[in-house]
Design a protein around this ligand. Structure first.
Ligand SMILES: [Zn+2]
Length: 216
């Protein structure tokens, strides 16, 4: 199958999974993936519900944001996605959501501490909050890349969260784990506070996740 179409199909499938994961409501949020072996990305169109999307609706862009194919306007957060892809060679896919607990922490502008084991394994440590910038701006992308240094997730101040990964599957899993960690953090604050893991333990668990975890 055509590599563009294959990537478009994967983005559509992930959108449907996100709808059933309670991470998003309506059309808010967006998903993108690099097109393997090409300097292109595939991104969800602006303002279309995930369950209505067909593969051809997914917009293909080059890394400068020029439209290669797709009948619709791409997500308004293209500058955010492009800034990340251009800064991070390790990122193959991006999932951005407005899920409730992560956004609660983003509104409070409180980072998620590195206190939950699955969080530090998949994200690489705590989750920072970026400096506020308006949605749809290049500045939002710049601030996001900065706050996400050495991590696979970030909270977008007064907006939501964003997770990245080696594929769409991992980027979605990052968002699910971050949302759960945000909920746990808020609950733990209510019963006396959070005890953070040491950097040594975080590094050890991250290393294990990257090199030994799963079926290899
Ligand atoms: Zn958003």
């Amino acid at each position: 199958m055509d590599i563009l179409l294959e990537t478009q199909k994967k983005v559509v499938e992930k959108g449907i999974q996100i709808l059933s994961s309670n991470l998003t409501v309506g059309t808010w949020g967006n998903i993108s993936s690099r097109v393997p072996k090409k300097d292109y990305i595939a991104i969800t169109p602006s303002g279309m519900s995930y369950d209505q999307l067909l593969p051809k609706d997914i917009v293909i862009l080059d890394l400068e944001g020029n439209i290669i194919s797709g009948a619709h306007k791409p997500s308004t957060e293209v500058p955010l996605h492009l800034e990340i892809y251009n800064a991070r060679n390790d990122v193959q896919a991006i999932v951005h959501t407005h899920s409730a607990y992560a956004t609660a922490m983003a509104v409070a502008r409180k980072g998620i501490p590195g206190a939950v084991e699955d969080l530090v394994q998949i994200v690489g440590g705590n989750v920072r909050v970026n400096d506020y910038a308006l949605p749809g701006t290049k500045q939002l992308g710049i601030n996001t890349v900065k706050a996400m240094e050495g991590r696979n997730a970030v909270l977008l101040a007064n907006h939501g969260m964003l997770g990245v990964g080696r594929d769409l599957e991992e980027a979605l899993r990052v968002c699910q784990v971050v949302e759960k960690a945000a909920k746990i953090t808020i609950l733990a604050q209510l019963i006396g506070g959070v005890v953070e893991l040491t950097q040594d333990d975080i590094d050890g668990m991250r290393d294990y996740y990257l090199n030994s975890y799963g079926q290899r």
